[in-house]
Ligand binder design. Sequence first.
Ligand code: XMP
Length: 517
Amino acid sequence: KVLIVDFGSQVTQLIARRVREAGVYCEIAPFQLAERAFTFLAPRAVILSGGPASVHDQGAPRAPDALFSAGVPVLGICYGEQAMAAQLGGKVAAEHHREFGRAEVEVLAESALFDGVWTKGGRYPVWMSHGDAVTELPPGFSRMATSASAPMAAIADEARRFYGVQFHLEVAHTPDGAKLLSNFVHKVAGLKSDWTMRAFRQEAIAAIRAQVGGGRVLCGLSGGVDSAVAAVLIHEAIGERLTCVFVDHGLLRQGEAEEVVRLFRGHYNIPLVHVQAQDLFINALIGVRDPEEKRKTIGRLFIATFEAEAKKIAADGRGAPEFLGQGTLYPDVIESVSFSGGPSVTIKSHHNVGGLPERMNMTLVEPLRELFKDEVRELGRELGLPEAFVGRHPFPGPGLAIRCPGGVTPEKLAILRQADAIYLDEIRKAGLYDEIWQAFAVLLPVQTVGVMGDGRTYEFVCALRAVTSVDGMTADFYPFDMKILGRAATRIINEVKGVNRVVYDVTSKPPGTIEWE
Ligand code: XMP
């Protein structure tokens, strides 16, 4: 295991993903809990993340001293390097030359960290983002690499296996970063690549059996990948003692509800209650224009519908389910992990079923709590979910309701669904689906004049959105070849009655959000 001490960097999760991609299990602990996490996890290596602080700040975050006397290798990145240097007797100065963005390092010495990747005398591109820099080495350390603004771009005490890098090796802009991280966990720390989804599947199944015993589990399906993978895994563990409830709110994309039903009943033969609640939701949404009001309405109805179904299931003579299965992922729980070793962790309520566990007095079963999104997809493949399902773009719980600014009607939903399907079809045909993080159509409450054939038209505008992103926190609009957009627009206008104009959204996040509402 590797422990990552989080000093508040925006990209700490990327460090964890890179380590896991190297086949090594790791967990993130905020620096305040690092000491407890260190004792609890007994990691074989520690990584100190970057962070926004300066070691000269009052009360600047520090790594627990215990880390440096336990004989485990430590890698400090950016602020992590500075904190390590300052704590071990070196000096850090506020640099005159702040460095943000692409830079080049010159390698000054061979190192276990660089082994097979960087050689002495070579120059390599890296990504820098720092104000302060290490200016004086702590005892026992040597300078391994230098850059124009960071004389100590990489430092090491090879005997104690302490390494510090000023650049961010976890980001894609440092092309060799993943290899350097792999060197740290494999060659320096001697850890094996044993974190695979095949191994995880077996362990997770044993853990679910141990937790649930002879009890029953109820699982809500949203139509998305996370809840589906969680349900399939729980089913593999406890079979017919799982019941899935799929509340169909009528706000899903074209063919999506059918696909879920087919997958669970046909492909897996997992007990599934398909609640047809389309009318309930649409009637409550008509006239609601405010985005948050839409979310609240949908959330409230979802809980009420789900609860009603749970009561019916509890009355079926097999006893009420004591457990609620959820597809909560690691990014949702990182801040709340207590490292107490007990089950008393605080849980952030999941977007789609927020409030359910407290109200229903059920114990949560969350087999995906340790996984990142891409790992869930891999696990889904391992469990035999179809590729088309596993690789699907994320989709918000409130569904198409938040893609109809100005209010939802059944007619608008039908138009949006059709336009969205055509757009995605064109993206797939162009071979770009997997390259794009999320793509969808939005139906604007604006009508414009057009001309079709000999006649004047006055119809809705459809906006197309596509973004690349790592985690949805930030995103860039996708720079389509205009020909592809043109093809999608022509097809939408020709095939979808009610749309006569198509526009493309070129806003990144920030300042925009991915969804329009
Ligand atoms: P934004 O629009 O905030 O979206 O940039 C970031 C990601 O979150 C999804 N999203 C939601 N997911 N319930 C959800 O389950 C919601 O209310 C919700 N709002 C946004 C969005 O699709 C994107 O992937």
